[in-house]
Ligand binder design. Sequence first.
Ligand code: PLP
Length: 394
Amino acid sequence: MLNQDMLRLGAHQSAIRKISEIGKRRAATYGKDSVFDFSIGDPQAPVPADVKAALAAAISSPDKEGVHGYTSEPGVESVRRAIAQDVNRIYGTAAQAKHIYMTCGAAAGLAISLKAVCNAGDEVILIAPYFPEYAIYTIAADATPKPVRCAQDFTLDIAAIGAAITQNTKAIVLNSPNNPSGAVYPAQQISALAALLSDASRKLGHHIYVITDEPYRELTYDGKMPPSPFGVYDDTILCYSFSKSLSLPGERIGYIAISPTISDGDDAYAAIDGAARALGYICAPSLFQRALESCLPVKTDLDFYAENRKLIYGALTALGFECAPPNGAFYLFIKSPEQNAEAFCTRAAEKGILLVPGDEFDCPGYARLAYCVDREILAKSIPVFEKLRDLYFN
Ligand code: PLP
């Protein structure tokens, strides 16, 4: 018999898939231009020219330089050294190559990190709304997800997190800038959380890890780096990805950085290494490791997203939709004008606008719009949003 949990996971038709089916049917009947697909966070800002040049150079290097060969399990040593320097520049830490593990995007980084820290029966706090895969990776690591609602403004509710800590709490996953809400957690909340977790770890007699998922690190709209627990709280594991910051989601490249001051020292890295082996996630793509080594400071065209954000947030709020102010990432979280957000998303899809119900992120009553798309599509969708609005507000 097949593994029934895996079968359920693979066969489950998510609301996203249902919405996308409506979109496909509409495209078949009325043409592609009648569908505005805002369902996926697939970044459309161009890949920076420096990255393309570095890739071209890497691919034309002689085979004997190993660009198509296996790397060492954690990744190419010189690449990890360069990333450690970049991490130190950003977070003010003292990381070395031995703290960096190259991964197939943040997805692999998260699955590895959770597997590395959790034992059967442990609990992992997830801040709702959250990226749905967190729960899947937590369960795959034999642990139990413990959702904790965010504050009214989608930042952290420190008191609620405190109340959710039990003897079994092993980790908390943070994601700022946040998918799906666009929230950026303020520095004082990060410090308050660090104090809370240090205190709880001492009382419980075991470490509580923070796994900070930061694929949207560069995507903030106030010109500042988002506050992070990395470099603030010792027991932090950072999962980063180049998917969004360099528009490379299909290339599957990112890294884990463990805090150089993590309590378990070298054992923590060894557990990351072990979990990566157990999950089959060793030797991240060699070509991209090498290409990125020379372009770590290169970033996407942030103006692309800033303009899109201005356009869609301005237009939808002017139409009367209530939206969480998006301070980072490239998502707009829209309050559903009817109680059932899935019904709202179905109505939107019938008009050609594909959104994702907040239920997918453990946050009913909202819908997520990914505005990382071509600006023309965004602009053309606004009259359609107006018709959608008329179904509710007129
Ligand atoms: N974490 C968050 C919050 C995301 O939104 C995504 C992708 O959309 C991921 C992790 C996974 O990203 P990747 O595996 O492409 O790096």
